[in-house]
Write a protein that binds this ligand. Structure first.
Ligand code: GLN
Length: 474
């Protein structure tokens, strides 16, 4: 039978698998057929895993035994910075070429319990640094909706895999918008959980105090099902929050949350097409009975600047381990120092080297107080201001991105222009709040537009609630 992949959600797929409309084998084969047709051009996947047959058999056995869950047999794409024991993982960097994961990430283990089917690893900006998936050492990824445009980044391969119908769900990671922004550019839902909800164990670190794994789906409900499976307490991640502490701030009586805050002053400089779409989204929400409130939050305008101090500081520290000796690529020199310099100089791409330089600069003696320490203080102020805002509203909404998807090459030569595409992403990563990007319509040319909803810490429940309600209004 011909499976209409475009329409599949986790729940409808589960029903079909249970009823026997199609088998896991047939489902996976349908995705593999699309991948072999489209991937050469789109370059969403860097590798299709060799053990798919084994995974398919395990999933089919669960259906036979009657122990299948909603996620059993669901084909999932994995961003190339999440470790699976015995499988290659490169963070799209030359420096990790030939490297194989020595253990499995907790997020992956949580999904393996359900016998999902991991199809392969997806392209990304090198070490998750970028907003266009053009900085990969393994070639750029194209946006399946318009192949002359970028899919967003850094999880652009995962977004493109889903948007080309090469997977039903995709895993991504966020340090500053790397799920939400590509979701926006590819017409998908993308969700970043509260910091500490999903274990970072086995995620190649970028900015450790900002990083979170999350997922892409075609519907809010799909990302909700994924979140329920991914979120867990993990003693292997020192920033994982124990389950009993997660509900302390979540007041479940507030489930009818209906006050939406809009930080108007933060939205200057937004493309008029995006702004018009955003205002229409607000009208729809207000028409559906939500109360729209203006928020001032002037401090949010510093978010991106703060991010570009804290993230390089943490990344430069995290990347110090790639020395040409312990992992992947190596160019032996006459002595140890030369080995380091040659391996790192050749193994890291331009953008990664730029951030290592920035990071070591802001952490250096003499500049530490002026940059890093100050950024830490402003980050605390941003978090405090968001907390205060959430005393009077249940959600904060903005457009997900200031522009529709841009053209390949358009921003590559201008790093600041590239960085600005995450201007609305930064507050959620800096503060740790959960946030979701949801398709909100298209431009006249058919390019996707997106609404971003942010909720207070641990209020994924209300985030999904408003998300599902908004989805129906679009
Ligand atoms: N655009 C952000 C950056 O380049 C994306 C980071 C991320 O979320 N991984 O830093």
């Amino acid at each position: 039978m011909q499976i209409d992949l475009k329409k599949l959600t986790i729940e409808t797929t589960h029903e079909s698998l249970k009823k026997g409309d199609f088998t896991v084998r047939e489902l996976v084969d349908a995705y593999l057929a699309v991948i072999s047709e489209k991937n050469t051009d789109i370059n969403a996947y860097l590798e299709i895993y060799e053990d798919i047959d084994v995974q398919v058999r395990e999933a089919e056995a669960r259906f036979k035994e009657g122990t299948a869950t909603l996620l059993t047999g669901i084909p999932i794409a994995v961003k190339d910075n999440i470790l699976i024991e015995g499988k290659k993982v490169t963070a799209a960097s030359k420096i990790l070429s030939g490297y194989t994961g020595t253990y499995t990430a907790t997020a992956i283990k949580n999904l393996q319990k359900h016998a999902v089917v991991f199809l392969g690893r997806t392209n990304m900006d090198e070490f998750a640094m970028g907003s266009s998936t053009e900085t990969s050492a393994y070639g750029l990824t194209r946006n399946p909706i318009d192949r002359e445009r970028v899919p967003g980044g850094s999880s652009g391969g995962s977004a493109a895999a889903l948007a080309m119908d090469g997977a039903l769900i995709a895993l991504g990671s966020e340090t500053c918008g790397s799920i939400r922004q590509p979701a926006a550019f590819c017409g998908l839902v993308g969700m970043k959980p509260t910091y500490g909800a999903v274990s970072r164990y086995g995620l190649i670190a970028m900015g450790s105090s900002l990083d979170q794994i999350g997922s892409f789906g075609k519907t809010v409900r799909d990302t909700e099902i994924m979140h329920e499976a991914l979120a867990s307490y993990d003693p292997m991640d020192s920033t994982s929050v124990p389950l009993e502490k997660r509900s302390l701030t979540a007041d479940s009586k507030k489930l009818k949350a209906n006050r939406i805050g809009v930080p108007r002053s933060f939205l200057s400089g937004v493309d008029p097409v995006v702004m018009e779409n955003f205002n229409r989204s607000l009208e729809k929400l207000s028409g559906a009975g939500y109360e729209i409130v203006d928020l001032s939050l002037p401090i949010l305008k510093y978010s991106l600047a703060v991010y570009y101090i804290i993230m390089p500081a943490e990344s430069s520290t995290n990347l110090a381990r790639f020395d040409g000796i312990r992992y992947g690529y190596s160019h032996p020199g006459k002595n140890l120092l030369e080995t380091y310099m040659k391996s790192r100089g050749e193994g890291f791409g331009r953008e990664v080297r730029r951030r290592i330089l920035l990071g070591t600069y802001v952490l250096s003696h003499g500049y530490y107080d002026a940059y890093y320490n100050k950024a830490i203080k402003v980050r605390e102020e941003i978090t405090r201001a968001m907390k205060e805002a959430f005393d009077s509203v249940d959600y904060i909404v903005t457009p997900t991105t200031p522009t529709p998807p841009f053209r390949l090459g358009e921003k590559l030569a201008d790093p600041v222009a590239m960085y600005l595409s995450d201007v609305f992403s930064a507050p959620a990563n800096l503060s740790g709040c959960p946030a979701i990007a949801i398709p909100s319509g298209t431009t006249h040319e058919g390019l996707p537009l997106s609404l971003q909803i942010t909720a207070p810490w641990w209020r994924e429940d209300t985030l999904f609630l408003l998300g599902k309600a908004f989805e129906k209004l679009v």
